[in-house]
Design a protein around this ligand. Structure first.
Ligand code: NAD
Length: 263
């Protein structure tokens, strides 16, 4: 199926590896030109080089810490100078540190909000005007299954991501008539470096091996596997496509059936 987005421009943040990189690759495979960023110049340039070589699309790679509003402004200026517009935004960031509610200070919660909530707000604020003007846009925000079912050991993530859902849902209703959709992605477990680190932490804390920690997680997933980053990238590419123009304001789980609630 041709997703009919060849030649469009996508901004994919926090994309030197993991879910951001997988989304960038899935869009590049559809002929979408990319602006990607992360905090590490060598890492983002490596990813850009690999994507350019494999998919023959244009890739602008920049250093940007999405926690920093002026960094996002600066990144936006470079994207617009290079591509003149943005059609697709995948607002993604790293994840906050693991731990329980009582372990964290007010400052820790504020930092997590900067990383996961204000980065999404600032990225949307930067790129939405171009989507509205051209009456075509796709906004995707990355969160976690924790927005539906809080994860006991990820208090900062639980708290900071809930606002993203409220922001995207509220926004989606304001922009739907302009052919700009806004949806939230809520992954369960997708095998990236972050999940590998979480498994290493769990193994250490519980005095078990990495493979035992992995088996414990898989046991909680009805699909009996952890997804590959490509599974996530494919979902994002579809939601960014011409054919997803009537899907908006949704929080879409990709979790192998792990969420236990009804809605
Ligand atoms: P990852 O750690 O493998 O990759 C994170 C990427 O973000 C890296 O490229 C890193 O350089 C970049 N990054 C981190 N902080 C940044 C910042 N402040 N500014 C710019 N770039 C930054 O993580 P991932 O698994 O790809 O996860 C991406 C997001 O999705 C995270 O917020 C994570 O918590 C969330 N998430 C992931 C899963 C999963 O199963 N992988 C599940 C639920 C939620």
């Amino acid at each position: 199926m041709d997703l009919n987005i060849r030649g469009k421009v996508a901004v994919v943040t926090a994309s030197s590896r993991g879910l951001g990189k997988a989304t960038a690759e899935a869009l590049a495979a559809e002929g979408v030109n990319l602006a990607i960023c992360s905090r590490d110049e060598a890492a983002i340039n490596r990813t850009a080089g690999a994507i350019k070589e494999k998919y023959q699309v244009e890739v602008l790679a920049e250093v940007c810490d999405v926690k920093d509003r002026s960094g996002i402004e600066n990144f936006k200026d470079k994207v617009i100078r290079h591509f003149s517009t943005c059609h697709i935004l995948f607002a993604n960031a790293g994840g906050p540190a693991p731990g329980k509610v009582e372990q964290f200070s007010e400052e820790d919660f504020r930092e997590a909000l900067d990383l996961n909530l204000f980065s999404a707000i600032n990225l949307v604020t930067a790129f939405l005007p171009f989507m509205k003007q051209q009456k075509w846009g796709r906004i995707l925000a990355s969160t976690s299954i924790s927005v539906k079912q809080p994860i006991p050991t990820l208090a900062l993530s639980n708290v900071s991501r809930a606002g993203v859902v409220a922001f995207i849902k509220s926004l989606s209703r304001e922009i739907a008539s302009l052919n700009v959709t806004a949806n939230t992605l809520a992954p369960g477990f997708i095998m990236t470096e972050r999940v590998e680190n979480l498994l290493e932490n769990q193994a250490e804390n519980q005095g078990i091996t990495y493979d035992e920690a992995l088996a414990n997680i898989i046991d909680t997933i009805p699909a009996k596997r952890i997804a590959a980053p490509e599974d996530f990238g494919a979902l994002c590419a579809f939601l960014a496509s011409e054919w997803a123009s009537y899907i908006t304001g949704e929080t879409i789980l990709i979790d192998g059936g792990m969420y236990r609630g009804l809605m």
